[in-house]
Design a protein around this ligand. Sequence first.
Ligand code: DC
Length: 218
Amino acid sequence: MKQSIGIDGPAGAGKSTIAKRIAAILGIPYLDTGAMYRGVAVAAKRHGVGFTDEETIAKLVGEIDLRVRYTESGEQHILVDGADVTGELRTEEISQGASLVSRVPAVRDRMTELQREVAHEQRVIMDGRDICTNVLPDTPYKFFVTASAEERANRRYKQLLESGQSAEYDTILHDIIRRDKQDSERAYKPLYCGADTKLIDTTDMTIEEAVNAILSEV
Ligand code: DC
């Protein structure tokens, strides 16, 4: 296995922005593993399965064909049974759904398997919740990127307003806190920062500073 880079952390900490920049600088692929869990949530929705129906979700993940594809410009797409569902991944319903279906051990084990296959073939940078603790425990390049819940909510709020969408700060903060709790308190492979993982708190950092903090280590 090549020495890939793992980045974990809570929702909205800037992991994907940071990982994409590092991928471009190092010329390696970036795998957004959250998008894969979102793909499972979309599949559940399409099949009319409730996000908390763990038994049916476990069965479903064994039956669907979930694939990650890259466009020529390097954009990541998620395919479920041949259908490109990328455009459906970024709603609040699917954010919450992904957090719920990711509690199911069969879902986590399948996604872990797929992610390891990618890292087996090439050096990659991936971000998620369990990359350093579970998917790539042997890589020396492990980072936990975080920021206060208020700062993460504030960034998301500004992002939505800038893209012309309506947003309510309190609702965003509430959703972030709920997802943090679900992701870090689930029984199977929860989100946490391992002892061998470098903690990067971006609350008072720019994206550039966080990118450089990681690049100086790799
Ligand atoms: O990174 P994201 O917000 O797109 O992830 C969506 C959800 O997927 C997240 O709330 C928890 C789950 N997830 C996970 O459990 N493990 C990962 N490696 C990535 C995401």
